[in-house]
Design a protein around this ligand. Structure first.
Ligand SMILES: [Zn+2]
Length: 80
């Protein structure tokens, strides 16, 4: 949907791009939704957190939503 500009469910081409998904963080402060992966999720310290913000593409006809990571390579862990 991001690249095609077309809804895969209903074929509509009226798509809202790059909508921010509001999340609530520390002290209930608004922030954009974030994805996180951990290189070592079992570690108590230094879990190796990698994050990226997430944006949504929304079909204005049927409401279908697709999420995209802003920086997908940032959360790619090296193969062990
Ligand atoms: Zn649609």
């Amino acid at each position: 949907m991001k690249n095609s500009g077309r809804c895969p469910k209903c074929d509509c081409t009226d798509i809202v791009a790059d909508a921010k998904v509001i999340d609530r963080g520390h002290m209930h402060v608004k922030d954009d939704m974030t994805l996180a992966v951990y290189a070592d999720p079992g570690a108590i310290f230094f879990q190796g957190e990698r994050t990226t913000k997430v944006s949504a593409w929304v079909c204005t006809e049927c409401g279908y939503v697709e999420f995209y990571a802003a920086y997908p390579k940032r959360i790619k862990l090296p193969k062990s």
